[in-house]
Ligand binder design. Structure first.
Ligand code: ADP
Ligand code: ZN
Length: 752
C-alpha cells in the first residue's frame, strides 16, 4: 500500500516571533486548505489563530503538529496582498503574522465566535459564525448635580469630585479610572448628587446624508496640464508616481477627482488616503456628489463591526473608491488604478506602534505592485519628496496658484522678543478688533494645549517636570492641576519652588485656555470657541466646533494643530500664529521642516473665501529660515536652505535612518542591554563592512515613559541595503532578557 504524501502547510502566527511555522493537515481538512484562510493551530501549550500562507513540502513531517481547524470559508487575503504583506514584514523587520493581523480589520477577530457542529463525517468540528449585529450603541453618561448638599464618602466622594471637575463622564471611563464602582455610582444617583443620561456614542456622519450629483469643473491651465499627464499614466496601466505640488486652494482635490474618473472609466478602482483630521464630511461629500459608484469610508469613528462591514463591501467589489486614513492602505481593493496620498507630508501617515509602517511610503509600494498611478499631494511636500521629484524619481506636477485667482494672504511677522509674557502683541490685537468690526472670523493658532506649557521658578529657573516621564508638566485649569501629557501623573500647583524653596512659580508659555481668557477680556462681545484635544474629546466634538465656525456662530476660534489642516472656511479673514517657535525647539532633525509646514498650513486657512486674508505670526525667532520662508510663501527658498543642511549633516534624503529603542524598568538592565546592542551592531558592521553609522546608545529624549527607562541607538546609512543588512543580522543575533523591550523603527518620523 502506498503511503499518502503528507499535506504540509506554512502558517504565519501573529506573535512577536520570527519566521513561519509548518503544520500537517489532517485528511478531513485537506480539501478546505487555501492560502489566505485562518487556521486554528496548537502552539506551545496554547491554541492560536494563524494565517495559511500555502502548501509546502518541508521535510520532517513526523515531528509536525496538526492543524485543528480551518476558520474561514473564503480566503481573507489574496496572493498579491500576501506579497505586499511580505514586503512590509521584510522592510520593517516585523513578523509576517503580525503584519497580516494588522492589515486585516480588527472586527474579524472580535466578532468571530466558534461553535461545535456535526461535520459531514459525523465528527464534531468548530465552525465560525459572526456574533452580534448591533451597530449603534448608547453609552451611559454620569453628570454631577452641583448644588446637592448631601455628599457620599470615600470612593463615592472621589468620583463626585472628579465629575464636578470635568463636568460629565461616560460610565466606562469612570470604571477605567476608579475600577469597579457600580455601587458608588448607584449611590450617587440615589443621593441626587449625579444623574445619568443615555447618549448615542456613534453616528456615522457619512452614511445618512443624501448627495446631489455634480459634474467635473472646467479646469484651469495648470490643473489640466496635470490631468493630461495623469490620464496618460493611468491609461498606460503601469506604476507611475507623481508629486502634485499645489498651494492650499489650488484645486488639487479637483485633480484627484478627475483622475479617479479616468481610472473608473478604465475599469479600475481608487484609493484615497487623507490624514484622519482631514477626513471630514465636506471632503467625503465631494466624492459622493461626483461619483455614483460605491464609496467606502474608513474612519476612526467606526466600530470594529462597522469597519468589518466596510471591509467586506470592498472585498466583494461593491465599492470602487475607498477614502480613509492611514489604515485604508490595506483596503482589499482589486485593480487599483489610482492611489492618492493627500497632504503627503503629514506625520500621521506613520504608525507609531506595533508595525511602524508609513502609509505614504507604502502607497508607493502598493502602487508598484498593482501597476497604479500614485499621486502624492501637498502644499508643503516633504523635503525628501521634492528632492525625489527634482531627481526624476517622482513626476512633478505643479499648481502654482489658487483657483479663482484668490490672492495669497498678506503676511507679517511680529517680533515677540522683549515682550515677555504678552499673549498678544499690539498689532495683532488691533487686527483682531478690526476683523471683528468687519464681521470676519479669526483663527488663533498655537502649538500646545493646556493653560501654560512651562512652570518655571522665577528665582532659580527650576522647571516642574513629571517624575515618571521627565517632560514638563502642563497646568489645566479645569482640573486645577499640573498634568503630564505622557502618563497620568498630576499634582496640585506648589506655592513655592520645590527646588530652592523661596522662588515663586510662574506660568510660562501660552495654552489655549489662557489665550481664550485673554481674548474674552479684550473682546467681551466676541463669540470665542476653542478647539483642542480637551474640548473636542469624544465623538463628533471636533466636527461640532468646525460646524459652528462654518455656520458663522464663532468669531474667534483658538486651536492647536487641529485647526491647521485642510479645512476650507470662507469666513476666515485673519489668522494669528501665537507660538510658531514651540516646534522649532523639538530635538528632531525635522523640526524646521515641521515648523515650515505648520505655519504654511495655518496661513492657508486665511482668505479662502471672497475676501482676502491676513496672517500675523508672533515669534521669538523671527530670523529663522523656516519662518521667514513660510511667511514669504517661499517653498523653493526653504527647500534650498533645508536640503543644504540635510546634506551637510547627513540626514534624509542623503541617508537612511533607523532607530532602536530599548527600554526596561530597571535602569541598569536597560543600559546594559543597550550597550550590548550597540556593541553587536558595531561588530556586524565591521565584519560585513557595512557603511552605516551607529550612534549611541543615548538616553532617549523622553528618557522615561510609563515607568520604563529608554535608550536609543540611531543608525544612519547612505545605502538602504547596508542599513537593512545590518538590521537583519542584528535581529537574528541579538538576545536580551525578556524584561527588556526592543523596538526597531525603520524610517523613524518622531525621534522622541
Ligand atoms: P486643494 O485641494 O488644493 O486645497 P480644492 O480642490 O479643494 O483645492 O479647490 C479649492 C476650491 O476651489 C474648492 O472650493 C473647489 O471646488 C474650487 N475649484 C477647484 N478647481 C476649480 C476650477 N477649475 N474652477 C473653479 N473652481 C475650482
Ligand atoms: Zn508622566
Amino acid at each position: 500500500m502506498q503511503t499518502p504524501v503528507p499535506h504540509i502547510v506554512e502558517v504565519a502566527i501573529p506573535l512577536p516571533l520570527e519566521g513561519s511555522f509548518h503544520y500537517l493537515v489532517p485528511a478531513r481538512l485537506s480539501p478546505q486548505v487555501a492560502s489566505g484562510k485562518r487556521v486554528l493551530v496548537p502552539f506551545g501549550r496554547r491554541k492560536v489563530t494563524g494565517y495559511l500562507l500555502g502548501d509546502t513540502d518541508a521535510p520532517g513531517a513526523g515531528e509536525l503538529k496538526e492543524v485543528l481547524d480551518i476558520l474561514d470559508e473564503e480566503p481573507l487575503f489574496t496572493a498579491s496582498e500576501l506579497d505586499f504583506y511580505r514586503w512590509i514584514a521584510g522592510y520593517y523587520l516585523h513578523p509576517l503574522g503580525e503584519v497580516i493581523k494588522m492589515a486585516l480589520p480588527a472586527g474579524i477577530n472580535l466578532v468571530s465566535r466558534y461553535r461545535c457542529e456535526q461535520g459531514e463525517d459525523g465528527t464534531p468540528v468548530l465552525k465560525e459564525f459572526l456574533a452580534g449585529g448591533r451597530n449603534v450603541r448608547t453609552e451611559r453618561y454620569f453628570l454631577p448635580v452641583a448644588d446637592e448638599e448631601r455628599r457620599p464618602r470615600g470612593k463615592g466622594l472621589e468620583i463626585l469630585e472628579y465629575l464636578l471637575e470635568i463636568g460629565e463622564c461616560p460610565a466606562a471611563d469612570l470604571r477605567k479610572r476608579f475600577g469597579n464602582c457600580t455601587p458608588q455610582l448607584n449611590r450617587l444617583v440615589q443621593l441626587g448628587c449625579a444623574r445619568v443620561e443615555a447618549r448615542e456614542v456613534y453616528r456615522d456622519p457619512f452614511r445618512s446624508q443624501e448627495y446631489q450629483h455634480d459634474g467635473p469643473l472646467p479646469l484651469n491651465l495648470a490643473q489640466s496640464e496635470s490631468l493630461t499627464r495623469l490620464t496618460a499614466a493611468i491609461e498606460a496601466s503601469a506604476f507611475s508616481p507623481f508629486l502634485l505640488h499645489g498651494v492650499t486652494g489650488s484645486g488639487k482635490t479637483e485633480v484627484y477627482l478627475q483622475s479617479i474618473a479616468v481610472a473608473l472609466a478604465a475599469g479600475r478602482s481608487a484609493l484615497v488616503m487623507v490624514p484622519e483630521i482631514a477626513l471630514t464630511p465636506q471632503l467625503v461629500g465631494r466624492f459622493k456628489r461626483r461619483f455614483d459608484c460605491g464609496i467606502a469610508v474608513l474612519h476612526s469613528g467606526l466600530s470594529d463591526g462597522e469597519r468589518y462591514d466596510e471591509w467586506r463591501r470592498i472585498r466583494r467589489g461593491e465599492a470602487s473608491i475607498v477614502i480613509g486614513a492611514r489604515s485604508a492602505l490595506f483596503a482589499p481593493l482589486t485593480e487599483v488604478g489610482v492611489i492618492v496620498v493627500d497632504e503627503e507630508h503629514e506625520g500621521s501617515y506613520k504608525q507609531s506602534e506595533g508595525v511602524r509602517y508609513n502609509a505614504r511610503d507604502l502607497a508607493l509600494v502598493r502602487g508598484k505592485l498593482a501597476g497604479a498611478v500614485v499621486i502624492l499631494g501637498s502644499a508643503t511636500p516633504l523635503v525628501t519628496s521634492y528632492h525625489a521629484a527634482m531627481n526624476g524619481k517622482l513626476g512633478y506636477l505643479q499648481l502654482p496658484d489658487r483657483v479663482r485667482e484668490l490672492p495669497m494672504p498678506q503676511t507679517e511677522m511680529l517680533d515677540a522678543r522683549r515682550q515677555k509674557g504678552e499673549v498678544f502683541l499690539p498689532p495683532l490685537i488691533e487686527a483682531m478688533g478690526e476683523n471683528l468690526d468687519n464681521g470676519g472670523q479669526t483663527l488663533l493658532f498655537l502649538n500646545r494645549r493646556g493653560f501654560a506649557t512651562y512652570l518655571v521658578c522665577e528665582s532659580c529657573g527650576h522647571v516642574l517636570r513629571c517624575p515618571n516621564c521627565e517632560v514638563t508638566l502642563t497646568f489645566h485649569r479645569l482640573k486645577g492641576k499640573h498634568v503630564c501629557h505622557y502618563c497620568d501623573f498630576s499634582m496640585l500647583p506648589p506655592k513655592n519652588c520645590p527646588h530652592c524653596g523661596d522662588g515663586e512659580i510662574t506660568l510660562l508659555g501660552r495654552g489655549t485656555e489662557r489665550v481664550e481668557e485673554q481674548v474674552q477680556q479684550l473682546f467681551p462681545h466676541a463669540r470665542v470657541s476653542r478647539m483642542d484635544r480637551d474640548t473636542t474629546r469624544g465623538k463628533g466634538g471636533h466636527a461640532r466646533v468646525l460646524k459652528e465656525l462654518e455656520e458663522g456662530e464663532v468669531d474667534i476660534l483658538i486651536g492647536t494643530q487641529m485647526i491647521a489642516k485642510g479645512h476650507d472656511f470662507h469666513g476666515v479673514t485673519l489668522v494669528g500664529v501665537l507660538s510658531a517657535d514651540a516646534s522649532l525647539n523639538l530635538p528632531d532633525f525635522r523640526s524646521a521642516e515641521r515648523t515650515f509646514q505648520l505655519v504654511t498650513q495655518v496661513m492657508g486657512r486665511a482668505g479662502r473665501g471672497d475676501k482676502p486674508g491676513r496672517v500675523l505670526v508672533q515669534t521669538l525667532a523671527p530670523e529663522h529660515y523656516a519662518l521667514t520662508r513660510a511667511v514669504s510663501h517661499d517653498f523653493q527658498g526653504f527647500y534650498q536652505e533645508e536640503i543644504a543642511f540635510r546634506e551637510e549633516v547627513g540626514y534624509p534624503p542623503f541617508a537612511h535612518l533607523a532607530s532602536l529603542t530599548l527600554s526596561a524598568v530597571a535602569a541598569s538592565q536597560g543600559e546594559h542591554s543597550a550597550d550590548e546592542a550597540a556593541a553587536l551592531l558595531q561588530k556586524i558592521k565591521r565584519e560585513c563592512r557595512l557603511r552605516v553609522e551607529v550612534l549611541g546608545p543615548v538616553t532617549a529624549p523622553l528618557g522615561k515613559v510609563r515607568g520604563r527607562f529608554r535608550w536609543q541607538i540611531l543608525l544612519k546609512g547612505r545605502e538602504r541595503a547596508d542599513l537593512h543588512r545590518l538590521l537583519f543580522h542584528f535581529r537574528g543575533g541579538f538576545s536580551h532578557p525578556s524584561t527588556v523591550r526592543l523596538t526597531i523603527d525603520v524610517d523613524p518620523v518622531d525621534m522622541l
